[in-house]
Design a protein around this ligand. Structure first.
Ligand code: 173
Length: 318
């Protein structure tokens, strides 16, 4: 009897201790829920909630319906949320260097070894009060999509929806830029407010944009970056065991990038079947476009942040 009672008491204590140790993190995503650039983060949340039972739990608040995309970076900084899925392009106001992340196309396994992750993490620590937990989609490029045909690399007379990702290159080709979050792209196209938009090779079907898209301009350029950030005070307050659950899930999440190769091939096919024509230029023009895109992007980052910009360029090696 005595032993059983003691056992029960000690069991009750250990359950209480485990419960006291479980932390709940509030999460948002800068992309619409269940769409291309939120989906893997949602799988990450499921994994953390399964693997982290009793240690760490993520409470998924949602996407742009809960918080405007361009405010997500600041919400992490001020601990309005604890963890977020967001591209650096949406927080260049707080960290101009974030505009350079699209110029890193090395796999994260390399970036974690060669000092890139460490430096980018430091930037997040300093400017966003955040821990840089993971980066996704390094092998997914961007394109410019159009409703009007062009026959040379020149956007004169065209209005293009941009984010900081595409702004410099569109302006370098004489286009007029209109910055909007993804949620406003469809309406802007439908109303003729813009004649095209920048977006990755994947994801245009999620919000029905194929209905208002006629052309995809090739070649592809840059690399998508969507990051998982954790408020730095929250990160520091976690136990080693809690951090390990998140770190392990982060590496797993980065590993999902291997799925992108097949996804990209399928998406090109799907776009063609939806009647989206490719506008392709000759090999020399394509090469000069990509070179120009890289050049204007680096120039813009280095102008805004000379020292860090130069360091980033050395790390990117391009
Ligand atoms: O076009 C965008 O909204 C944008 O900048 C972006 C960045 C990463 C993934 C998808 C879109």
């Amino acid at each position: 009897m005595k032993t059983t009672a003691l056992l029960a008491v000690s069991l009750a204590f250990s359950v209480a201790a485990a419960e006291a140790q479980e932390v709940t993190l509030r999460a948002v995503t800068a992309f619409a829920e269940k769409t291309q650039f939120s989906r893997n983060f949602e799988r990450f949340i499921d994994k953390v909630n399964a693997d982290g039972k009793g240690l760490v739990k993520i409470n998924y608040i949602g996407g742009p319906r809960a918080m405007p995309p361009f405010e997500v970076g600041n919400a992490v900084r001020t601990k309005v949320v604890d963890i977020a899925n967001v591209t650096g392009a949406f927080y260049t106001n707080l960290m101009p260097e974030a505009d350079a992340f699209k110029l890193f196309s090395k796999p994260m396994s390399e970036q974690r070894k060669d000092g890139t992750w460490t430096f980018i993490n430091q930037l997040h620590n300093q400017k966003l009060n955040a821990h840089y937990l993971a980066r996704q989609f390094h092998n997914v490029p961007f394109h410019i999509y159009l409703t009007k045909k062009i026959d040379k690399l020149d956007f004169t007379g065209l209005k293009i929806r941009v984010t900081p990702v595409y702004k410099d290159i569109v302006e370098a080709l004489n286009g007029t830029t209109v910055t909007t979050p993804p949620g406003e792209v469809y309406t802007a196209l439908e109303r003729g407010v813009v004649d095209g938009y920048g977006w990755p090779i994947t994801g245009i079907f999620d919000l029905g944009w194929e209905k208002v898209t006629k052309y995809r301009m090739d070649p592809a350029f840059y690399s998508v970056e969507v990051n998982v950030l954790v408020n730095q005070d929250v990160w520091k307050g976690l136990t080693d065991a809690q951090r390990k659950v998140l770190d392990d899930a982060a590496l797993w999440l980065e590993g999902l990038d291997s799925e992108n190769v097949a996804a990209i091939a399928a998406e090109r096919d799907k776009q063609a079947k939806a009647g989206i024509e490719t506008i392709a230029f000759g090999a020399a023009d394509a090469k000069s476009f990509v070179a120009k895109a890289n050049e204007v992007a680096w120039a813009s980052v280095i102008k805004r942040s000379p020292e860090n910009g130069a360091k980033l360029r050395a790390l990117a090696g391009n």
